[in-house]
Design a protein around this ligand. Structure first.
Ligand code: ADP
Ligand code: MG
Length: 263
């Protein structure tokens, strides 16, 4: 086994989904999702538009509540679960604590427009974790350095390119010291020449052992960095495996059809 093939993961489950269901009104968009993301793993989620990828990420992060099944993060139940046939709901306080440990990066960068890059990064540590401004600022500068933007700390979002804004968004999520990072098509809204810098930051995070779920159409990234890959379609997991295997030798016709469009 070469260094590159060594598993990054400790094997401990970070996210467990068993029969996860989610409906909007009468429309069921997650129809029983089963998957497991191990600690330290880069877990890639692919699939056509409307297949439920964003909804699944949003359920992990409490932006949506599941209607059935079981979902846990680092051994703690998220949202609802089936309990003797009943749905069990967490207290607001429990939800808030869980959300602090999960970073999310969206397709649209969602930076606070009236704050500089630096202020965006220190906002949550100061407001949510009650860190001192001085400590938060010191760490924020280190994070901006890490995403290659130390010289842009004083810029407002409108004074940054899309790729730079996305890297600030990653730094902002990391400022909360998350144990899990969710990326929802982080490069889809970027001009092609800006994609590489964002993927490089994500690759660096992976190398440092961050557990990441990445919804992406960047198959090169999935193949090179991913430890596991799931193909979703119509609210179900159609196929999963090592990215190399799924991408080069898909077993299902639906996976093949999808890949022939994006590869
Ligand atoms: P993906 O991220 O794979 O493109 P989504 O999770 O965004 O898919 O959406 C899955 C399905 O759920 C789509 O049919 C979408 O229209 C629907 N959907 C998503 N969010 C909502 C919502 N808030 N209300 C109603 N339907 C929604
Ligand atoms: Mg989506």
């Amino acid at each position: 086994m070469t260094d590159l093939e060594k598993p990054r993961t400790s094997g401990r489950p970070m996210v467990m989904a068993e029969g996860v269901r989610k409906s909007y009104g009468t429309v069921e968009v997650l129809k029983g999702i089963d998957l497991e993301v191990k600690q330290g793993e880069v877990f890639c989620l692919i699939g056509p538009s409307g297949s439920g990828k964003s909804t699944f990420l949003r359920c992990i992060n409490h932006l949506e509540k599941i209607n059935g099944g079981l979902l846990s993060v680092d051994g703690e139940l998220v949202g609802y679960r089936m309990k003797g046939g009943k749905l069990h709901e967490l207290k607001d306080r429990e939800v808030a604590l869980q959300r602090r440990d999960i970073g999310m990066v969206f397709q649209r960068f969602n930076l606070f427009p009236h704050m500089t890059a630096l202020e965006n990064v220190i906002e949550a540590p100061v407001q949510v974790k009650k860190e001192s401004r001085a400590d938060a600022k010191e760490r924020a500068m280190a994070l901006l350095e890490r995403v290659g933007l130390a010289d842009k700390a004083g810029n407002y979002p409108t004074q940054l390119s899309g790729g730079q804004q996305q890297r600030v968004a990653i730094a902002r999520a990391l400022a909360m010291k998350p144990k899990l990072m969710l990326f929802d098509e982080p490069t889809s809204a970027l001009d092609p020449e800006l994609v590489g810098d964002v993927l490089d930051v994500m690759r660096g995070l992976a190398e440092e052992g961050m557990t990441m779920i990445v919804v992406t159409h960047e198959m090169g990234f999935a193949r090179e960095v991913g430890d596991a890959l799931v193909f979703m379609d119509g609210g179900v997991v159609v196929e999963s495996g090592h990215p190399r295997d799924v991408l080069t030798d898909p077993r299902h016709e639906r996976t093949r059809a999808f890949l022939s469009k994006v590869l």
